[in-house]
Structures are given as structure tokens and as C-alpha cells.
Design a protein around this ligand. Structure first.
Ligand SMILES: [Zn+2]
Length: 260
């Protein structure tokens, strides 16, 4: 693809990713608060209740344009909105950069959205919702129909591997990890296939370990505090999609459909 075209594609995907991040943030927040997902209610300022205008709802740009505060009451707009939108933009941009316009890119975008949603509900409530964890798995299996019997079998192996590894940790450690995490890795495994699931678990635990250590060192958390694991598993899944094919090529292994 010509360079100019791929710059346009990556930029467009980053903007789309930021909008998706913003949308999934609303879905996650409404799920946790047990409000309906879709309804007449428009986005409002959490503080003064004023309805936000379309111009105040542009991902990333609005946050900076308003200097992180509401125009009427001056209440701070939580930094997490910006982080979620920037995260979505980064993921969208990376997927387009990695796979261009392709079936794999579409597959990766759907999986990334599922992982993103599960990470957000875990951060907001401390729970992984079975609906979203298994929803990701079922969606993954349905998409795998496009890759034939081999791809479906790979998804099944991935689901078993992801679920089993967390289940073993639950039995061995008795605490720290819950069945929601097992469901999340089961669903992730169905979407990723067994190879990328193994790499996702490894990446997730490494990233989680480093961040937990950092939080301990800087005394942001105490040793006994529970740090939700779901977000790290989700980050591991996204990192695995982006880097797994390269990693397995170092081992002289080719990854299965749709990643190979
Ligand atoms: Zn306000």
C-alpha cells in the first residue's frame, strides 16, 4: 500500500478506535450501574447534569478543548475518559498498521473491542461479567466458522487452555483470582486459538507483574490490596494478537487462521 494511503488508513482507524473506546466506556459504566444500554438519555455532565452538546463529545479533542472541565460548572472531567479514548485510538491505529484492510484486521478489531469492554467492567466493578466474557468467546467461535473445521478446533483448544490455566491457579492459590477471570480467558482463548492464548497468558502475567511491582514500590497499593487481573489479561490478549505471529515465527511455528 502507498505510504500516504496507509497513513490515512491508520489515522482513520485510530479515530474509529477512540470512538469505540468512548462507546464501550458508556456500555461498561451503564452495565455496572445496571442502567439500560440504549435509551433516550443523552450524555450529561456527571456533576451538574447539563446535557452535553455534540461538540463536547468528540473523543480526545473535547477533553483537551475543555481543559478537562465542564463548561458550565467547571467540574473536572475524569482523566479516565481521556485514557480510555487514547487507548482505543492506539489499538485501532495498531490494528490497521499491522493488518491493513483485511479479514484479520476485522477479526482483531472485534476481539480487541471485547477485551476492552471486559477490562473496563473489571476496573469499574471488580467483576468480569460472564455475559461479556462468554460473549467474546461465542463471537470468536462464530467468526471462526469462516476458517473451517481446523479454525474451530483451534478456538476450542484455546478456550480450554485459557480456562484451565486460570482454574489451576484458582485451586493452587486460593484467592486473588476469580472464576470471572477463568471465563474471560476461556472466551479470549476461543477467539485467539491456543497459540496466541498461551502467549496472551504469558504477556498478561508479565505486564501485570511489572505493574503490580511498580505500584507496590511507589506505595500506591498495599501488599494485601486486590488488583483486578482482568485488565492485564485483556492487555495480554491484545499484545498477543499484535506480536504473537512474530513470536511464534521465532520458534519456527506458524500460527493458525486467521492470524497466520
Ligand atoms: Zn457540569
Amino acid at each position: 500500500m502507498p505510504a500516504a494511503l496507509s497513513v490515512i488508513l491508520v489515522s482513520f482507524s485510530a479515530i474509529f478506535g477512540a470512538c469505540m473506546g468512548s462507546f464501550l466506556n458508556v456500555v461498561a459504566a451503564r452495565t455496572v450501574e445496571e442502567r439500560p444500554w440504549w435509551g433516550g438519555e443523552r450524555s450529561i455532565c456527571d456533576s451538574c447534569g447539563r446535557k452535553l452538546t455534540a461538540l463536547e463529545l468528540v473523543p480526545v479533542v473535547s477533553w483537551f478543548a475543555l481543559s478537562g472541565g465542564c463548561k458550565s460548572c467547571g467540574a473536572k472531567i475524569p482523566l479516565r475518559y481521556l485514557i480510555v479514548e487514547l487507548g482505543g485510538a492506539a489499538i485501532g491505529g495498531l490494528i490497521a498498521w499491522r493488518w491493513g484492510i483485511s479479514l484479520t484486521a476485522a477479526f482483531a478489531a472485534v476481539v480487541a473491542a471485547g477485551l476492552f469492554l471486559n477490562a473496563l467492567t473489571d476496573i469499574y466493578s471488580g467483576y468480569v461479567y460472564d455475559l461479556f466474557a462468554w460473549g467474546l468467546g461465542i463471537t470468536g467461535m462464530l467468526m471462526r466458522l469462516g476458517g473451517g473445521a481446523g479454525a474451530l478446533f483451534d478456538g476450542l483448544l484455546g478456550a480450554l487452555l485459557g480456562f484451565a490455566v486460570i482454574a489451576i491457579i484458582i485451586f493452587v492459590s486460593r484467592g486473588g483470582m476469580g472464576w470471572g477471570d477463568a471465563s474471560l480467558m476461556g472466551g479470549t482463548g476461543a477467539a485467539l486459538g491456543w497459540q496466541l492464548t498461551a502467549w496472551a497468558l504469558y504477556s498478561g502475567f508479565m505486564i501485570g507483574g511489572v505493574i503490580a511491582l511498580g505500584l507496590l514500590l511507589f506505595r500506591k497499593v498495599k501488599r494485601k490490596d486486590a488488583i483486578p487481573l482482568g485488565p492485564f489479561l485483556a492487555i495480554g490478549g491484545i499484545v498477543s494478537m499484535l506480536t504473537g505471529p512474530w513470536f511464534f515465527s521465532l520458534l519456527d511455528m506458524s500460527v493458525r487462521w486467521p492470524w497466520g
